[in-house]
Ligand binder design. Structure first.
Ligand code: G1P
Length: 276
């Protein structure tokens, strides 16, 4: 059973300055809920209740968000406003939270390797909360856990992107196993469109088997001088097995202003319920 989920949340969020000058980008709200809460809800819906944040300086607001706020809760006790905190209270009751600092920003691979101290020797999920995934019946991480239970290997979520967008993503190449499921034969981090092996982009959902840590340790810095999870997964795919999964659901790239605004409009229309 997979219980742990790592959230790399050390990044600066420079695309949202000045909003992110003293506030973590993961705390930016989509309507009335911080981005990171959507991610934690998705993990919880998949049974991943041991949450590990790989944090950095200036991220304390995330720790506080997933903790009780006595003064505030006392203040609104017995009023209709209590309802607004039901979701976050449920998360706090059901999940545990561990925090570890990534000392330097050396890439997603480095963030995940930092999470080893939390994960230990077991398979785990990774959610990049910038990628907001909405699927109400079976959230994306739950879909992936179901696949993991069948295949017992690392799984990356993928989506078709326009060919001129490959430079923003890890791109996979592989053999189709069945509808929506591909066995990865190769992958490359942020290739130019002319060098991309396909238009199948990895989005911010992973299930990783713990041998990924050894692959990460053996991986030299890659694109941008950073330790890339894509490079470690590439080796794992060649020596073992990695599956790519075309998930069901909608994905918004909330690391970009356009995606953030689109997510806000969508969630306001489809998910938001005005407090009574
Ligand atoms: C990271 C990964 C990339 C992946 C992307 C998904 O890139 O390195 O392979 O496609 O997340 O969001 P980042 O967006 O952090 O630059």
């Amino acid at each position: 059973m997979i219980k742990k989920c790592i959230f790399p949340v050390a990044g600066y969020g420079t695309r949202f300055l000045p909003a992110t000058k003293s506030m973590p980008k993961e705390m930016l709200p989509i309507v009335n809920k911080p981005l990171v809460q959507y991610g934690v809800e998705e993990a919880m819906a998949a049974g991943l209740t041991e949450i590990g944040f790989v944090t950095g300086r200036g991220k304390r607001a995330i720790d506080d968000h997933f903790d009780i706020s006595y003064e505030l809760e006392h203040q609104i006790e017995g009023t209709g406003k209590e309802k607004s905190l039901e979701g976050i209270r449920e998360i706090i009751d059901e999940c545990t939270f561990t925090h570890i600092r990534q000392r330097e920003m050396r890439g997603l691979g480095d963030a995940i390797l930092t999470g080893e101290a939390i994960v230990g020797d077991q398979p785990f999920g990774v959610i990049l909360s910038d990628d907001l995934c909405i699927e109400q019946e079976e959230p994306v991480m739950a879909q992936m856990v179901r696949l993991y239970n069948q295949f017992r290997c690392s799984i990356v979520a993928i989506e078709e992107v326009p060919s001129d967008q490959t430079e923003k993503y890890g791109i996979i190449q592989g053999e189709s196993i069945k509808d929506g499921l591909i066995r990865v034969t190769d992958m490359v981090e942020k290739p130019k469109p002319s060098e991309a092996p396909s238009n199948l982009a990895i989005i911010g959902r992973y299930i990783l088997t713990p041998d990924i840590f050894d692959y990460l340790r053996d991986t030299p810095p890659g694109k941008g001088g950073e330790l890339q999870i894509t490079d470690a997964l590439r080796k794992q795919a060649k020596e073992g097995c990695v599956m790519a999964y075309k998930f069901r659901g909608k994905r918004f790239d909330c690391g970009s202003v356009d995606g953030f605004v689109a997510a806000t409009a969508y969630c306001y229309e489809h998910l938001y319920q005005e407090p009574e």
